[in-house]
Write a protein that binds this ligand. Structure first.
Ligand code: ADP
Ligand code: MG
Length: 563
């Protein structure tokens, strides 16, 4: 027992543990956005050298040194992250791998910073300083965990396309997380340098980066407690297993196998955290007074007139190799109508939506939304103009609660950075936002399911939730890609009622749908697409009688168009 407690009494371990927590949180802020970085040791090096140069070479106080090192690491994070985080996938891992080598190489050859010998003579870090900073950072993170920015960071990881479709700028979100993480590692590096008194370029190699990765892999990344546990275990364990002497390697091996086999998501799993949050929220919800439910808010200019052209698509074309998915498609959607877009599978309907919403660049043509040229904007900017869409394959954030899906949908209508960093300046907006979440869920028929995990909802409920999330962004134009697919007729009727209500309140809806009875009863006008071309347009009754349409599409009705 005495031996097990020994490491906790050692000042070295206490300081290392504190610094490791900062490093683990730094890495955590990157991985929650769905990006892997192997370069956090480089930011630690930049922080360590930055701080040491300021204190040793320029004789400045420790506080200035630490601030300078942290800032330098943060700037380095932005400089590295900005070009790389525009891309997705493994690019960040590769770029940060290179960063570690480049930083090491520069430090080796930088005579002013001592070259291979490094810098020595720093001092001044105490256990108190380290742990005060750890508590300040931890306290902020425990609040930040529930902020809208964190929700956006997790959305980017969960489903990037869905995140863009609700107005999230993935690059900005990822760079924010990455730069903040780099800053924390820089702070950790500065503290480390001034505790061990001596630094050289080799302390901050890839091995250090892997250590940091392991902290978070071990602990789990569902919440900021995961890295705490991981860093704790990985700091204390090597000291404990020293007691095991010959058994050390065996113990580590077994631990790793057990982790990979039984708990690849880390010690603290996201599911466990979700369940806990649900419990806590349920308690709170029981006590909260039932706030007056606000109706869904829709964007609409004061001088807007029903029937005016809201969306003007001109000669839109898109080819995939030899396939002409869209060929000179011209469509007008008028304010306050439900416009149907029908056609057989492969006709180009989804491609039409993808071109309108910035997910696929059209080859030629234009899409004007009021005075805004949509075809020149990226997806998140289009969403911010008040255009919202759903996805044919469904795009809810499956691991989020129903409530958090809708909350994420408010991203573009909320002062996200202000409410996440200076919450006391955004209280009014937050209160209103909360009330609207309830109102929207009421409207779409998901009231009472706020705390359910979205992925476990029935198919029809997931489609409704996706619409709820779209409505949370106060849209002016709503594009729905086969929302009734997989619904039974009762559910489809409920959906039709919802869409009618929304239209009557002034929302303009473009609806791609195979459910003919729904299309015919719901739509004010219909366009028929076939092989990328508009073959008919008009009132439902006229379109249904059009011979070309019957041949291309409705004629299939006997066999039923496959969804
Ligand atoms: P619909 O939604 O009407 O069923 P789509 O717009 O999904 O049709 O597809 C139209 C045509 O374009 C199909 O032939 C499809 O195979 C092709 N297509 C759609 N998206 C892509 C893509 N990303 N890459 C290559 N071909 C595509
Ligand atoms: Mg489609």
């Amino acid at each position: 027992m005495e031996e097990l407690l020994a490491p906790f009494r050692s000042p070295d371990i206490q300081v290392t543990l504190g610094i490791n927590l900062l490093l683990a949180w730094g890495f955590y802020l990157t991985v929650v956005t769905g990006q892997l970085s192997l370069g956090h040791s480089a930011f630690m090096a930049i922080g360590a050298y930055g701080a040491s140069i300021l204190t040793i070479k320029y004789g400045l106080p420790l506080s200035v040194g630490l601030a300078g090192g942290t800032l330098a690491a943060c700037i380095a994070g932005i400089v590295v992250g900005l070009p790389v985080l525009r891309l997705s996938g493994m690019y960040l891992a590769i770029a940060t791998l290179a960063l570690v080598y480049i930083v090491t190489l520069i430090l080796e050859n930088w005579d002013f910073a001592g070259g291979r010998l490094g810098i020595s003579g720093m001092q001044g870090t105490s256990i108190w300083l380290v742990w005060t900073l750890v508590f300040v950072v931890g306290a902020f993170l425990s609040f930040f965990e529930r902020s809208r920015l964190m929700l956006a960071m997790r959305s980017a990881r969960e489903n990037g396309d869905a995140a863009r479709a609700i107005g999230m700028n993935l690059t900005a979100i990822r760079v924010s997380g990455f730069a903040a993480g780099a800053a924390l590692c820089g702070l950790g590096g500065g503290l480390w340098a001034h505790y061990i008194i001596f630094i050289d370029p080799y302390q901050f190699g890839l091995i250090k980066s892997f250590d940091i990765v392991l902290f978070v892999v071990m602990g789990g990344m569902g919440s900021f407690w995961g890295p705490v546990l991981g860093a704790g275990v990985m700091t204390i364990l090597p000291v404990w297993v020293r007691v095991l002497k010959d058994w050390r390697e065996v113990a580590f091996g077994i631990l790793l196998i057990v982790m990979m086999g039984f708990r690849p998501q880390g010690i603290i799993s996201p599911e466990w955290i979700a369940a806990r949050r649900r419990k806590r929220a349920a308690k709170k919800a029981g006590k909260a007074p039932d706030a007056s439910v606000l109706p869904v808010k829709l964007r609409r200019a004061a001088d807007a007139v029903d029937g005016e052209v809201l969306l003007e698509v001109q000669m839109l074309s898109k080819a995939f190799g030899g396939v002409r998915a869209l060929a000179d498609v011209s469509v007008q959607a008028r304010r306050g109508e439900i416009l149907g877009v029908i056609g057989p599978n492969g006709a180009g309907k989804s491609t039409f939506f993808n071109c309108l919403t910035g997910f696929i660049p059209p080859d030629s043509g234009a899409a004007l939304f009021g005075k805004t040229a949509l075809h020149t904007l990226p997806a998140h900017a289009i969403a911010r103009c008040g255009v919202r869409r759903t996805f044919q394959q469904g795009g809810v954030f499956g691991s989020f609660s129903v409530r958090n899906n809708v909350r994420a949908g408010q991203h573009a209508t909320m002062p996200v950075y202000r409410s996440s960093l200076l919450p006391f300046l955004a209280r009014k907006e937050e209160q209103e936002g909360e009330a609207r979440i309830r109102g929207i869920l009421e409207e779409v028929g998901l009231a009472g399911k706020e705390l359910v995990t979205a992925g476990s909802l029935s198919y029809g409920d997931q489609r409704r939730l996706e619409i709820a999330r779209a409505l949370a962004g106060n849209p002016e134009l709503l594009l729905l890609d086969e929302p009734a697919a997989g619904m039974n007729q009762t559910e489809a009727n409920g959906l039709a009622d919802l869409l009618r209500r929304l239209r009557d309140r002034g929302l303009t809806i473009v609806l791609i749908e195979h459910n003919m009875s729904m299309v015919m009863s719901l739509c004010d006008r219909i366009y028929v697409l076939d092989h990328g071309e508009i073959i008919a347009e008009g009132a439902p009754s006229d379109v249904a009688k059009n011979p070309a349409v019957i041949e291309a599409y409705l004629g299939d009705e006997a066999t039923g168009p496959t969804p």
